[in-house]
Design a protein around this ligand. Structure first.
Ligand code: FES
Length: 134
C-alpha cells in the first residue's frame, strides 16, 4: 500500500518542485510597448534583449538589420533607476543610436546590444518611437 502511495505522489511532488525551481531561476523584465501596454519578457542570462524578444516572438522590439547594430530601430528607453543594472553601452552602440535611432535619449539602448545578466531581472524598458509612426 505504501509503495502505491509513493508511486502516485512522488511525480506530483517532483513536478511542483521543478515548477518552483524553474520559476525562481527564470529572469524577466518588462517591456512597455508603443501603445503603453506592459509585457513581461522572460530571458536567460547572457541573451540580448533582442534575442529574448525574438524567442518570445515579440516582433515590435526587433529592428530591421537582424540585430547587427546597424538600423537603430530596436531602440528602447531604459528606466533611469535600472541603467546601473546593465553594462554600459560600447562605442558602436552609442554611435548607431546617435546616427540612426529616432528621438534618442540619454537612457537609450539598442535591444540587440543590450546584454542581459541576472542583475537585469525586473528592469523596465520602453520601446522608443519609430520615425513616421505614432
Ligand atoms: S536590430 Fe538593428 S540596430 Fe538593433
Amino acid at each position: 500500500m505504501l509503495s502505491i502511495i509513493k508511486k502516485e505522489t512522488t511525480p506530483k511532488i517532483s513536478q511542483q518542485f521543478i515548477k518552483t525551481i524553474t520559476k525562481r531561476l527564470m529572469s524577466s523584465l518588462t517591456v512597455i510597448d508603443r501603445e503603453g501596454k506592459k509585457n513581461k519578457l522572460e530571458f536567460d542570462e547572457g541573451m540580448t534583449l533582442y534575442e529574448a524578444a525574438d524567442e518570445a516572438k515579440m516582433k515590435n522590439v526587433l529592428g530591421t538589420c537582424g540585430g547587427n547594430m546597424a538600423c537603430g530601430r530596436c531602440q528602447v528607453y531604459v528606466k533611469q533607476s535600472d541603467l546601473e543594472k546593465l553594462d554600459p553601452a560600447e562605442e558602436e552602440e552609442t554611435q548607431t543610436i546617435k546616427d540612426r535611432s529616432f528621438k534618442p535619449q540619454p537612457n537609450s539602448r539598442l535591444a540587440c546590444a543590450m546584454l542581459l545578466t541576472e542583475k537585469a531581472n525586473d528592469i523596465e524598458v520602453t520601446l522608443a518611437p519609430l520615425k513616421g509612426k505614432k
